[in-house]
Design a protein around this ligand. Sequence first.
Ligand SMILES: [Zn+2]
Length: 309
Amino acid sequence: MSNLTDLRQRFFIADSPVRGDVVRLQHSYATITAQKEYPESIKRLLGEMLTAASLLIGTLKIDGTLSIQLQSSDENSLINWAMAECDQSGIIRALASWKQETEAQQQAWAAKSTANEAFAELGAPGKGVMFINIQPKGGEAYQGIVERSYDTLAECLAHYQLQSAQIPTLINLACDGLQAGGILVQMLPLTAEEQYEIEQNESAGIDDDLWMRLSLLTRTVKFEELTTLDAREIIYRLYNEEQVVVPEAVELQFGCTCSRSKCEAAIAQLGEAEALEIIAEQQGMFEMDCGFCGSIYRFTKDDVEQIFA
Ligand SMILES: [Zn+2]
């Protein structure tokens, strides 16, 4: 493994239905957050969201993309929306929109530094909207609504996993503005075969205290550990008394899925009249820039007419 700083490391507790992942982000996170001059707290929230998306897609068997989207429902909120996604091959990207037009808004952002402060801008628990979108390659998209019933992204997502998939899940996220990291631990349902095995042979029954013990251990992980230690070191520190199995890690890296043909599709959606109007307003050039990666796509009047030809 050449890259220890941007990865998802799976782990299993031997002979148990417990599975987990640790995600660490550094270079990819720095590249993503350098695209805009984000206020510190949004930058950190994006780190947590990227980590969470990278952890959650690891729990799915689909080949596709998982994105987490936050949407403010209050027009006075300083944050408009934020999104982060990860695909099955480990390509991640993120973007956020916020208000900073007035001096008061700028001062308010300057006074915030944690991810939770940016998250709180969605409104009090119960307010704001949070989605998980799953887009399988060539398949039908699925959207789940995550209840905003807690003050932190991690707690809301853990609650969502328990509610939607009935899987006990622990999630811990951290981001210091330079690096991000997180851990997800799940107790998977037993297969019929495993259940049978246990009923037949009581002595081979699963360790009843395991989940309780892992919950306590997982809660002891420190913010600094999640943002600075290697994934394997984090797993070792937390669970060295358990029999942990650690397979090969998955590398995570920044990448964008924007393309000229996607822009053309967006222009086609707009309609010819509107597209030509924009061309006229913008001195004969339709420019579309991608906030995720900074790419700029330019379309002349001829190009636009070609789209509708
Ligand atoms: Zn792009």
